[in-house]
Ligand binder design. Structure first.
Ligand SMILES: Nc1nc2c(ncn2[C@@H]2O[C@H](COP(=O)(O)OP(=O)(O)OP(=O)(O)O)[C@@H](O)[C@H]2O)c(=O)[nH]1
Ligand SMILES: [Mg+2]
Length: 396
């Protein structure tokens, strides 16, 4: 007897992608998400096309997941009927959330593949390009993007207004988030494949349409390969793009910017708490009215206490998201040793810069001290981000 695939349960709570436990039997290699809203006519066309592509590329090693936001045209029910014919198709019907980007993440949460991907339902993304995207992943890319701005790429019949808006959005993105948007030619693409491990363990928080910028900015993405493609005209159904998507895009950029700067502000706050610890202990140990220990010994004890204070706060707060991926005591201790080492370099540098500025630039020890503390803090932050809390061994 033929049976429908049951609708998949929808995850709630954090948009966190789990690491797949290694399993002995054959794993699904690719999970391709097709987000839909009011696409009942499109899915009957795209599912067979994708199936014939993937049956040639990776037979029996893929799944298609339609994530429908409870469309009034009952796209989800049509999709579920299709599962009779296409058992590799799974369907998720969301009733409590809306939005393209979060739909994709909910789909990835239900996915079993080591490679995750996304494609629009409306045939604007040509299924043939999947072959090149797959090749890019096989050749070692972490992320393979179908791009309209590469050789062989383009937008077929877009109006001048839409072209300008799209370019304008890209330039704005470059201004606000250059380190991520600048890595690719088509950051607005909604057609790509990536390795699960690049986003596993991350809490994603996308807004609106642009899931790719979220992935590039929050993921640990190394090699990126882009493949040119021509964005096709819609064949059925209607566009869901409104002004709201442009506003949400800008909000999304600022959210990502703040998440990055927020970390820096937390680092500064922790640094200030360290300053308080250092000064108070220096007073407690060395002052004539308190313990009256020798000044050098007092300074070392106070400084080391501040370093421990800062490490604990940074580990639990500033870099908590990174620390969460490496929780064993050994890993924690290693982070602590590196932090200590970097802080002692910082202290030495602090003294050197202080003397340089004091002797050659501004003959005011307090201003010189402030400048040197500020510059060492920046260096300290950068070194700690790159060394102490760096993600190591994330690829097994
Ligand atoms: N689940 C879900 N899917 C959505 C939502 N909005 C759009 N989609 C789907 O996401 C894909 C892209 O949406 P489109 O409206 O085609 O956006 P576009 O391709 O950028 O714009 P057009 O060129 O105007 O079609 C389509 O498969 C839509 O059905 C949503 O809120 N939830
Ligand atoms: Mg479309």
């Amino acid at each position: 007897m033929l049976r429908h695939n049951l609708l998949l349960p929808v995850s709630t709570g954090n948009l966190l992608i789990e690491t797949l436990p290694p399993i002995a039997e054959r794993e699904t290699l690719l999970s391709l998400i097709i987000p839909t809203y009011q696409e009942r006519n499109s899915i009957a066309k795209i599912v067979p096309l994708l199936t014939s592509q993937l049956d040639r590329l990776i037979p029996n090693d893929y799944e298609l997941i339609i994530v429908d936001d409870n469309s009034p045209d009952r796209t989800w029910a049509v999709a579920q009927d299709l599962t009779l014919q296409y058992p590799q198709l799974r369907v998720l019907r969301r009733t409590n959330e809306r939005g393209l980007a979060t739909a994709v993440v909910r789909g990835w949460q239900a996915a079993r593949g080591q490679i995750l991907g996304v494609i629009d339902a409306d045939l604007q993304h040509p299924p043939e390009v999947l072959g090149q995207l797959w090749q890019a992943i096989e050749s070692g890319a972490d992320l393979a993007i179908a791009s309209r701005n590469m050789d062989g790429g383009g937008v077929s019949e877009w109006s001048l207004l839409r072209r300008c808006l799209s370019r304008g959005a890209q330039i704005l993105g470059l201004a606000i988030l250059p380190e991520s948007i600048g890595r690719v030619t088509d950051p607005m693409s909604g057609y790509f494949l990536l390795r699960r491990e690049t986003i596993a363990g991350k809490v994603l928080s996308p807004l609106g349409y642009k899931i790719l910028i979220e992935v590039i900015d929050r993921g640990e993405i190394g090699k990126i390969i882009e493949v040119g493609y021509e964005f096709q005209e819609r064949q059925a159904g209607t566009s869901k793009v409104t002004w709201r998507q442009y506003i949400e895009y800008i909000q999304h950029l600022f959210r990502l910017r703040l998440a990055r700067s927020g970390r820096f502000l937390r680092f500064i706050a922790v640094g200030l708490s360290g300053l308080v610890v250092d000064m108070s202990l220096l007073y407690l140990f060395s002052d004539a009215y308190t313990l009256a220990l020798p000044i050098t010994l007092s300074k070392i004890l106070a400084g080391e206490s501040a370093i421990i204070n800062n490490f604990l706060w940074n580990d639990r707060w500033t870099f908590a998201d990174l620390a969460r991926t490496q929780t064993s005591n050994r890993q924690k201790f290693r982070r602590f040793l590196k932090f200590n080492l970097i802080c002692s370099i910082g202290l030495t540098l602090n003294l050197a810069i202080l003397h340089l500025i004091y002797n050659f630039v501004i003959h005011d020890r307090y201003i010189a001290n402030l400048i040197s503390i500020a510059s060492v803090t920046c260096l300290n932050y950068w070194l700690n981000l790159k060394l102490s809390w760096r993600i190591t061994d994330h690829r097994h």
